[in-house]
Design a protein around this ligand. Structure first.
Ligand SMILES: [Zn+2]
Length: 157
């Protein structure tokens, strides 16, 4: 059996960012539904048509991972508009100047000003990705309807 759209695929995934920080250690296998952008598109393309035992090692540029940084997504708000209990490094939901809902990372708090970053935390990072294919099966109709894989290494609900 090869990996195709609607395959439930169990993989061992390790991801290291450009600074050598381990984002995914690969200790626990993960199961994903192929063909639904559950993994980064470049990774799914590389896995398409492969069999159990296939090993992939690839370097992704920021453009192929979570995008380049956009400095226009930095915002400063007043501390009085800031929900209590959030610390530097924390995440909060908010709205951009154009009214779009965004997730912001709190960069720093200076006086009564709070600096927020609307970039994805991994924007600007290149990623070193290793994948080993452990299992492939056809997904169930329920899994396809949900857009994710159930069972031991998938979603529990
Ligand atoms: Zn589900």
């Amino acid at each position: 059996m090869t990996i195709q759209k609607d395959s439930a695929v169990t993989i061992r995934l390790t991801v290291v960012d450009g600074k050598g920080k381990v984002l995914e250690s690969g200790k626990t296998p993960v199961a994903y539904l192929h063909g639904y952008d559950n993994l980064l598109p470049k990774i799914e393309v590389a896995l398409q048509g492969q069999e159990v035992g296939f090993k992939l090692a690839m370097n992704l540029s920021p453009e192929d991972a979570f995008g380049v940084r956009d400095e226009s997504l930095l915002r400063t708000i007043s501390k009085k508009d800031f929900p209590p209990g959030i610390k530097v490094g924390g995440m909060m939901e908010g709205y951009s100047e154009t009214g779009e809902q965004m997730v912001y990372t709190v960069l720093k708090i200076k006086g009564d000003q709070v600096m927020l970053d609307g970039n994805h935390p991994l924007a600007g990072s290149s990623l070193k990705v290793n994948v080993q294919v452990l299992d492939i099966r056809a997904a169930t109709a329920e899994e396809i309807a949900h857009g994710h894989v159930h069972g031991e290494h998938g979603h529990h609900h």
